[in-house]
Design a protein around this ligand. Structure first.
Ligand SMILES: [Zn+2]
Ligand SMILES: [Zn+2]
Length: 108
C-alpha cells in the first residue's frame, strides 16, 4: 500500500489518497470517497449513480405513474369505505322491522 500513500487526492492536492474509486479509477482522500452499497466510490461518481440519464428522460412519466398510483390508492380507500357502509346497511336490513320499532322486546 506504499504506492497509495504517495498518491494525492484528486480534489485535495495536499491530502494523501485513502482509496481509489473503482468507477473513475481516480484516487481520493477519506473525505472525498464514500461507501455506496458496500463498495467505495467517489462523490462525483455517486452523484452520477443517484441521477442516471434514464431518470431524466422518463422523469415526467414517473411523475404521472406516481400520480396514478396515488389516485388508485385514494379510489381504493373510497371503495373500501363504500363497502363498509354497504355492509352495515345490509346488516341493518337483516334485522326485522320490529327490532327498529322496539316491538320485538315486548314479545320476549
Ligand atoms: Zn469516481
Ligand atoms: Zn479529497
Amino acid at each position: 500500500m506504499s504506492s497509495l500513500h504517495q498518491t494525492k487526492c484528486m480534489n485535495h492536492a495536499d491530502r494523501e489518497a485513502a482509496a481509489r474509486c473503482p468507477t473513475c479509477k481516480q484516487f481520493f482522500c477519506r473525505e472525498c470517497i464514500t461507501e455506496h452499497k458496500g463498495r467505495l466510490i467517489c462523490t462525483a461518481c455517486l452523484q452520477k449513480i443517484d441521477q442516471p440519464e434514464t431518470e431524466k428522460k422518463d422523469g415526467a412519466f414517473r411523475g404521472v405513474g406516481r400520480a396514478v398510483a396515488g389516485g388508485l390508492r385514494a379510489l381504493l380507500s373510497l371503495v373500501m369505505l363504500w363497502m363498509l357502509f354497504y355492509a352495515i346497511g345490509q346488516l341493518l336490513l337483516l334485522f326485522p322491522d320490529s327490532f327498529h320499532s322496539g316491538d320485538m322486546w315486548k314479545d320476549l
